[in-house]
Design a protein around this ligand. Sequence first.
Ligand code: AMP
Length: 307
Amino acid sequence: MSIVVVGTVAFDTVETPFGRGDNVLGGSATYFSTSASFFTDVSLVAVVGEDFPDEHLDFLKSRDIDTAGLVKIPGKTFHWSGRYGYDLNEAQTLETQLNVLMEFRPDLPESYRDAEYLFLANIDPDLQLEVLRQVRKPRLVACDTMNFWIGSKPEALKEVLRKVDMVVINEGEARQFTGESNLVKAARRIISLGCKRLIVKRGEYGVLMFTADSLFAAPAYPLEEVYDPTGAGDTFAGGLMGYLANTGNFSDEGVRQAIVFGSVMASFNVEDFSLNRMKRLTYPEIESRYRSFKALTHFQGLPDQLD
Ligand code: AMP
């Protein structure tokens, strides 16, 4: 089954304690679609400027990503600059240049409008709503966001959260959005807006999934080499949604497996700058790390209990 994703395709300038990348390929939709493409077909809705090179488009096409909804308009591509300190969990945004994003009015190709799976990646919530209006009867809609939009467009964002089945959000952003420092209470508040599942990303501490009556935790895979956490959240969401679209299994068990696939994908992405690790990644590596993940988190029940 195929996923439609709307989000940013960007140039990023990123500095971490281990190096820097200037004007490298980034963007929420880029990371998401690359990750999801290991599991299912992906159609991309985004905008770039005239400065966006064919080399990056060729990379997306090499992953079989449908770029019919990726438009190029006069102006400069969205550009994000950020820095990470030794605590790689939190990016400090140095600059956000919206550029062509300010002119973008998505108009989905007809073939995208019957999409069964829709991911509203991090982008202006008004654009997320516009895409949501154009998709007819999706089976599953999920969204992400970040502090920039929580601060600048809280009302549009609330409307997005009310209309989706699943929200994937950073721990700090869940707190900022609700004004609640306790994560469990913050999660309850977001769920009360109407989404069925909330997945809170906690960087190197993994993820928590909340529903009205259940809770699931998955750690992040412990890695020795972490170079650049940029895009980890979008890559996580790509693995999660890609696997769900591949199986169509939205049971609690199915979503738990999807969360582990998402975590596996994110663990690869942070091993190199930009999408460099994703460019070399193979499916057997993904399966192998999924198995290691299972071993990492497996433990027996109480001694007098049969498993
Ligand atoms: P994350 O998965 O949260 O690390 O996402 C990183 C990506 O988000 C980067 O490649 C940026 O280009 C992109 N990004 C940064 N700020 C924004 C924003 N305000 N809206 C949409 N995308 C953004």
